[in-house]
Design a protein around this ligand. Sequence first.
Ligand SMILES: NC(=O)c1ccc[n+]([C@@H]2O[C@H](COP(=O)([O-])OP(=O)(O)OC[C@H]3O[C@@H](n4cnc5c(N)ncnc54)[C@H](OP(=O)(O)O)[C@@H]3O)[C@@H](O)[C@H]2O)c1
Length: 209
Amino acid sequence: MKVLVIGANGNTATRVVRRLAAGPHAPVAMMRDPRQREPFDRLGVPTVLGDLEYPIDHCLAGCDAVIFAAGSGGHTGKDKTVLVDHLGAIRAMVSAQVRGVKRFVMLSSLNADIESQSKIAHYHRAKAHADHYLRESDLDYTIVCPGRLTDDPGNDRVTISDQLHGNGKTARDHVAAALVLSLDLANTIGKSFSLLDGDTPIDAALRTV
Ligand SMILES: NC(=O)c1ccc[n+]([C@@H]2O[C@H](COP(=O)([O-])OP(=O)(O)OC[C@H]3O[C@@H](n4cnc5c(N)ncnc54)[C@H](OP(=O)(O)O)[C@@H]3O)[C@@H](O)[C@H]2O)c1
């Protein structure tokens, strides 16, 4: 499968690209800054330039699946959260629909809620709006909702649940593994689940969703 990784230069997405490059699928790394190309060139991973605030249809040419792992981050204004995490994500989904790319794996968040009153309600609302569009679409989606992301080394053990609210932390290594493994697990299609560090081997946990 040729898999477009959106937000490829991010902390989680670089792990996604490395995992894909080591396996049977062929990643294509999407980024908005050409200066970020070099590490992907060294890995032998093709890159494509695209900014979620503008049309990105060209980035999906020839792809079979999308992993969306971009985000405006905590240091930009609320406007960018809407433009990237909400509207940019939907733009990517519409591009997938236009290009006939059916498989779409979304990195969302625990506590994404259209009526969120959390301290970062603008973010949780943006993620929820994007997830809602995806669930209502005709795409073969999987929505992975981690807790607070850490750079702890993964041990491939997690807890997965259909309870999408709560607290906890998730190693980025575990998020990357779940996003990539979901591509090949048909039982994850049409599912949204939380992903926290835990005790169950990740592959076994994913098979229960
Ligand atoms: N942090 C948490 O605790 C947490 C918890 C749950 C879920 N999440 C979700 O997980 C996601 C990934 O987290 P992370 O720490 O890996 O993120 P990250 O390192 O901040 O990476 C985000 C990536 O998105 C890219 N991006 C931003 N705006 C873009 C645009 N307009 N067009 C294309 N790409 C764009 C960034 O590219 P540039 O280098 O060009 O900026 C960057 O490569 C977050 O965005 C969030 O939605 C986070």
